[in-house]
Design a binder for this molecule. Structure first.
Ligand code: FA5
Length: 358
């Protein structure tokens, strides 16, 4: 029986199997236990020797059980640890990749085209003083052109426009502020800080208080361009816009200018781009406004420079400016039928631009 028990203990490959062997031999009604229980039925002279023998067997079985148990426990622990181990060399789980917004892509294309032509990139504020957005651009308060760009004005009651910011404080200077209605404010800001000759482009958000539809948003983007020097002409302007069109749509792109009115340029024009799209979807795309910088704008800039203790350097200068909406380009390029899709944050739209950066 001892041989059999020891063999079964060696063969037990799990703790459960070992427990079964233990129960079978030394459990309450196990084989060895029963043998011990039947000692009383033996004649007293045999009892002692038999008792010693069975106890030795029990001892051997107990020792073997304890040893096997500790081996199996260690194996089980090793297995558990192995199953929980992390292989730090495995590649990580992929996260959904972001992508550049279609407007950012169009901007990047435009900026690259102008940087190739030597333009500097400038940035300016979206919350703007009325003076930079309108007044210095030859749009005085009574000018009907202010109605063309319906404006979000800031109430600013807390900053002093309608009273002091806190009891006893001096009222803040009464400069009406607004969300800029175009990026043309950057013409003024850039000329105050820089002397001619200069070439500048500036991108950014603009805001208009108008009803939205498929081609109009109340928040949209513009790219402004400004070139100033001693002998800049309308043909430089046309050549520049044509170069941009070729950069965007390839060598067959054409541009069209139509007379238009903006108070800060004279003469002024709207421009459209046409390109031979191989899919047969060619059409004129109205992109923006442009023109030769109005002398009143140069004068207003010189006045502002003088107030800031700088030299007057713009009188007698020539220059051109343009402003265009990248949304129009992106709508056509990416076949997005409604401008509002750009800003609705709908993953079904923006998800199409995931992954490819540019
Ligand atoms: C202007 O804003 C002038 N500042 C452009 C300019 C700059 C003229 C320099 C002369 C010299 P306009 O309001 O037309 O112009 O807007 C320019 C372009 O912005 C439009 O051609 C159009 O592409 C885009 N745009 C205008 N309003 C909206 C709108 N609500 N939603 C989307 N795009 C618009």
């Amino acid at each position: 029986m001892q041989q059999e028990a020891l063999q079964e203990i060696r063969d037990a490959s799990t703790l459960d199997a070992l427990q079964a062997v233990k129960t079978r031999y030394v459990g309450k009604s196990g084989l060895v236990t029963r043998e011990l229980g039947s000692l009383g039925k033996l004649p007293p002279e045999e009892r002692k020797a038999r008792g010693a023998e069975i106890n030795a067997i029990r001892q051997a079985i107990d020792t073997a059980l304890t040893e096997r148990e500790s081996v199996l426990k260690r194996e089980a622990l090793d297995q558990k640890l192995a199953s929980e181990a992390i292989d730090v060399t495995l590649p990580g789980l992929p996260l959904p990749a972001g992508g550049l917004h279609p407007i950012s892509r169009v901007y990047d294309d435009l900026i690259a085209i102008y940087q190739r032509m030597g333009y500097e990139v400038a940035e300016g504020p979206e919350v703007e003083d009325e003076h930079y957005n309108f007044e210095a651009l030859n749009i005085p308060w009574y000018h009907p052109a202010r109605d063309l760009q319906d404006t979000f004005w800031l109430e600013e009651s807390s900053t002093g426009l309608n009273g002091p910011s806190e009891p006893g404080a001096a009222p803040a200077p009464s400069v009406p502020r607004l969300l800029r209605t175009h990026t043309s404010n950057m013409q003024i800001r850039y000329m105050i800080d820089h002397e001619p000759p200069l070439k500048m482009v500036s991108r950014g958000k603009v805001y208009r208080y108008e009803a939205t539809d498929a081609t109009h948003e109340s928040m949209f983007h513009q790219l402004e361009g400004l070139v100033v020097g001693p002998n800049i002409s309308m043909s430089d302007l046309k050549g520049t816009i044509a170069e941009m069109a070729r950069g965007l749509y390839g060598p067959s792109a054409k541009v069209r200018f139509q007379p238009s009115y903006y108070p800060f340029v004279e003469p002024g024009a709207d421009f459209a781009v046409y390109w031979d799209n191989p899919r047969g979807e060619s059409k004129w795309l109205e992109l923006g406004g442009c023109g030769m910088v109005h002398p009143n704008v140069f004068k207003a800039v010189d006045d502002l420079r003088e107030q800031a203790g700088k030299e007057r350097v713009y009188e007698g200068m020539t220059g051109f400016a343009f402003g265009l909406g990248p949304e129009r380009i992106a709508m056509l390029k990416y076949k997005i039928p409604d401008i509002r899709y750009f800003y609705a944050n709908d993953p079904r739209v923006l998800g199409q631009f995931r992954g490819e950066l540019g």
